[in-house]
Design a protein around this ligand. Structure first.
Ligand code: TYD
Length: 206
């Protein structure tokens, strides 16, 4: 049986990933092709623990956080009940809102990127995306969208962090340009325009 394809969506917070994932799902389903939508952190038990760390309810070291995301990712892939790998084997296409490039970009603000890459090595061995779509917006644009122009001092800290996350994404894409297929789309275009660019890349793969 023909295997499903795996597409990962990436971008800093506020980049418009969710809108584009909805648009792409709709276009694929209109062709009567089966597609499974998922996200990271996953909805499994390791994912929910990871979300509690994200909300600050659980406090731990940055290396532990990065390792949690890596563990959640492996479970997301290999879980015998709803793991991505079993879907792909069944011929179902899978779209994930975030995958290992999120780890490379977000955790490398606090810990060395090569360590984060090493920690995720097994996931990369198990399943590399057939395509990673990166919706690129600046940290400033992201903050404007997130706060809708409300002024808050604490938010400046967040903007500089998002700016580092974006730089890390670009650095990781450059580092892995030989082995990864990445489509970088200008996230300031209209949702329709972005959707069309993504569709041009995805349709021939289906
Ligand atoms: P979520 O609320 O789903 O945000 P979004 O809608 O922007 O995707 O939370 C995901 C957050 O988790 C996001 O801020 C990025 C972060 N994250 C990591 O730090 N490392 C990872 O490996 C992943 C997958 C996400």
């Amino acid at each position: 049986m023909k295997k499903g394809i795996f597409i990962a969506f990436e971008g800093i917070d506020g980049s418009g990933k969710s809108t584009q994932i909805q648009l792409l799902m709709k276009k694929i389903e209109e062709k009567s092709i089966r597609c499974y939508q998922t996200c990271e952190p996953s909805s499994g038990p390791i994912g929910s623990l990871t979300r509690q760390i994200l909300t600050g309810r659980i406090k731990t070291d940055n290396r532990v956080i990065a390792a949690m995301f890596a563990a959640d990712r492996l479970d997301h892939l290999l879980n015998p009940i709803d793991g991505i790998v079993s879907k792909i084997e069944e011929g179902i296409h899978v779209i994930s809102d975030r995958y290992y490039f999120s780890s490379y970009a977000y955790h490398s603000v606090d810990v060395p990127m090569d360590w984060v890459i090493k920690t995720n090595e097994e996931s990369a061995k198990v399943l590399r995306p057939d395509l990673t779509v990166f919706i690129d917006i600046s940290a400033k644009e992201a903050m404007d969208r997130i706060t809708k122009n409300r002024f808050h001092t604490e938010l400046f800290e967040k903007e500089s962090r998002l700016s580092k996350v974006r730089e890390n994404y670009l650095k990781a894409f450059e580092l892995m340009k030989e082995e990864e297929k990445v489509l970088i789309v200008d996230g300031t275009k209209t949702p329709q325009e972005i959707g069309n660019i993504i569709w041009q890349a995805v349709e021939p793969m289906l």
